[in-house]
Design a protein around this ligand. Structure first.
Ligand code: RFL
Ligand code: PHB
Length: 421
């Protein structure tokens, strides 16, 4: 039958078949397996970055993505990049637009009721973060992969993982309605929280740790100038609020809402009215409102799966762990996994397998620190339905301590800008 792919041998690797050329149809027998070194499930930010870094190191990969490119790029998610993430994107040769358009933030504001104070990352620890949307990071990665003839298949259905513990793993899937097989040395499970990879680890091996928070975040993206030059995390008796941004003309705001609040309940006007009630008065007076261009509710949870390796399968990013967005750790954590995995794979193909064997342990050590920080910051900034007056006073005392203690501020700063790899 006719397929959209051109099988062609990689230079110097005649046993690999490279599937590219999305624009034209070429004859390709349905049953012929293709082969790569690293099969990557999921074309979100972690899968794309891994594929790009491996390519630059001369390691072949194929990315299988369930959705279309446009769909992946329509998801509005993270906005804050740690220094380590920026360094990785530089290494991946995809940081040009990030440096031109991203905003350097040397601090952030915390507000408790109507009182605000600033955590000065630069003065405290000589560090900063970059505000640049996950959508833009993903677009830059797609462009770079396309420029290097990267192999990314979209709209792939029914991916299944096989023979993970035999040394000859492979994937099966459907593309354009026909069955396909991909043989590989390793599989990177970069398929997010709802993907198939984690579920392929036997139940007796996999341990899951979870804390579901009893609220969600209602997020709005609007073409309005941001209310503040830096982010404002606001603790308020009515619930948490966050003022963030994507650029000088694009704002991103969030408010804490009950876990099961229907989105229809929140007209744009209702959202703006509630946001204004929760942020400090001077910010509420400055706030420019406009129609939402995206509005969604995200649940909040902490989740970690252990181990992050099973045989030939390596879990990366949201496939292995979820953090609540307070503290902006999710994407950054996915990228630190990519850091550990791509360096370990490079070492493996150079004959050194110790780092690959240690991947799960190494990645999890950093994961748990970020899980702790996001859990801590979520606990400090939100109203819990069962919060007692005692809990309330403790929360207030924590925020006052943070306002007045350089040691406490350093703890927040070093975690927020990202712990070292
Ligand atoms: P993704 O982005 O979920 O990508 C996984 C990809 O895998 C595909 N997929 C499959 N493909 C093939 N076969 C299957 N069976 C598949 N199943 C799934 C999916 O279609 C998808 O394209 O995971 P990845 O790459 O690990 O990236 C993780 C980040 O997306 C995530 O951690 C962040 O967005 C979290 N996050 C934030 N992180 C930050 O670092 N800073 C932030 O400021 C920040 N803000 C946020 C956030 C997440 C949010 N939501 C919506 C949960 C704000 C919000 C509101
Ligand atoms: C965002 O801009 O989407 C954002 C920023 C900081 C967070 C979470 C989300 O902690």
């Amino acid at each position: 039958m006719f397929r959209r792919h051109l099988p062609r041998p990689l230079p110097g690797a005649s046993d690999f078949v490279n599937l590219i050329d999305i624009g034209n149809y070429f004859y390709f027998p349905e049953a012929s397996p293709i082969r790569t070194q690293v099969a990557i499930i999921g074309g979100g930010p972690s899968g794309l970055l891994l594929s790009q870094l491996l390519h630059l190191a001369g390691i072949d990969s194929v990315v299988l993505e369930r959705k279309s490119r446009d769909y992946v790029l329509s998801r509005i998610r993270a906005g804050v990049l740690e220094q380590g993430s920026v360094g990785l994107l530089e290494k991946a040769q995809v940081a040009k637009r990030l440096h031109a358009e991203g905003q350097i933030h040397t601090g952030t504001y915390l507000a408790a009721q109507n009182r605000g104070f600033r955590i000065d990352f630069d003065a405290l620890i000589g560090a900063q973060v970059t505000v640049y949307g996950q959508t833009e990071v993903t677009r830059d990665l797609y462009d770079a992969r396309a420029a290097m003839s990267g192999q990314i298949f979209h709209n792939v259905d029914g991916v299944e993982l096989h023979d993970l513990d035999t040394g000859k793993p492979f994937l099966t899937y459907h593309l354009d309605g026909s069955a396909q097989r991909l043989d590989c040395d390793f599989i990177a499970g970069c398929d997010g929280f709802h993907g198939v990879s984690r579920k392929s680890i036997p139940a007796g091996i996999l341990k899951e740790f979870e804390r579901v928070f009893p609220f969600g975040w209602l997020g709005v993206l609007s073409k309005t100038p941001p209310v503040s030059d830096e982010l404002i995390y606001a603790n308020n008796a009515r619930g948490f609020a966050l003022c963030s941004m994507r650029s000088k003309t694009l704002s991103r705001y969030y408010i804490q809402v009950p876990q099961d609040d229907p989105l229809e309940k929140w007209s744009d006007q209702a959202f703006w009215d509630e946001l204004k009630r929760r942020i400090p008065e001077d910010a509420a007076e400055r706030l420019v409102i406009g129609p939402s261009i995206e509005k969604s509710i995200a649940p909040l949870r902490s989740f970690v799966a252990e181990p992050m390796r099973w045989g030939a399968l390596f879990l990366v990013g949201d496939a292995a762990h979820i953090v609540p967005p307070t503290g902006a750790k999710g994407l950054n954590l996915a990228f630190s996994d990519v850091h550990y995995l791509h360096t370990a794979l490079i070492a493996h193909y150079d004959g050194q397998s110790a780092a690959l064997d240690a991947y799960s342990q190494t990645a999890l050590a950093r994961v748990w620190k970020a899980v702790r920080f996001s859990w801590w910051m979520t606990g400090k900034m939100h109203r819990f339905p069962d919060q007692t007056p005692f809990d309330q006073r403790i929360q207030e005392a924590e925020l006052t301590y943070l306002e007045n203690s350089v040691a406490a501020q350093r703890m927040l700063a070093e975690n927020y800008v990202g712990l070292p790899y």
